[in-house]
Design a protein around this ligand. Structure first.
Ligand code: SF4
Length: 219
């Protein structure tokens, strides 16, 4: 399987009934986007197939990537993330618009759950269901050296993917855990509006994490 075949298979997934319903129910609910087309399907990852850094988020935003079909695109998370990826030399431009020619350099973005959950909260069952897609997608990215988890839930999903115990790898912003094979696990607060608008995660803090990820990845 290659990434193209992965995207095709993923698009047909309906394993989580609650999320399948929600990703379609939210269409047209937000006045700003009423009448606009929505992706309303599982959101595949986006970025460089030869990526050395993987950014691993939580789940699509109902009116962000569930609308645009591209991770972190179309909402406040992306408005924070993409300019910083650009500043760090990891993106060809500072914003992401669906269907544009944006290129990521050495980085790939995906999430623990690929369909938008109500209140941005997937259930444990939904996280377990989508782990099969994580296994497939991460298996198609053989060059990754640094796995950067955005938030506690993303970190725990990556730990489950690697078969590692949660208690041995606690979440804290800036945590760095070496993995076998010269790879690394990093953790950051999620780039969500709740974190960036309250100052829990600042531009400077996230740029530091990206710089550390680049250093560890040899970029
Ligand atoms: S969240 Fe993942 S497993 Fe569940 S329906 Fe969407 S793609 Fe399938």
């Amino acid at each position: 399987m290659d990434l193209e075949a992965f995207r095709t298979e993923l698009a047909a997934c309906r394993l989580c009934p609650r999320l399948v319903a929600w990703r379609e129910e939210v269409v047209g609910r937000k006045r700003a986007f009423r009448g606009e087309p929505y992706w309303a399907k599982p959101v595949p990852g986006f970025g460089d197939p030869q990526a050395k850094i993987l950014l691993f988020g939580l789940a699509p935003g109902a009116h962000g990537s569930n609308r645009t079909g591209r991770p972190f695109t179309g909402d406040a998370s992306g408005a924070f993330l993409y300019p910083l990826l650009h500043e760090a030399g990891l993106a060809s431009k500072p914003e992401s618009l669906p269907g544009d020619d944006l290129r990521l350099h050495g980085v790939y973005l995906t999430a623990a759950v690929r369909c938008a959950p109500p209140e941005n909260k997937p259930t444990p069952e939904e996280l377990r269901a989508c782990a099969r897609w994580t296994a497939l997608e991460l298996g198609l990215l053989p060059e990754v050296r640094v796995y950067l988890a955005l938030g506690r839930v993303a970190l725990e999903a990556l730990l489950a993917h690697f078969g590692l115990r949660k208690s041995a790898y606690p979440f804290r912003h800036g945590a760095h855990y070496p993995l076998p094979g010269g790879r690394h696990l990093l953790a950051s607060y999620h780039v969500s509006r709740q974190n960036t608008q309250t100052g829990r995660l600042t531009r400077e803090m996230f740029l530091e994490v990206l710089k550390e990820a680049k250093r560890l990845a040899g970029l």
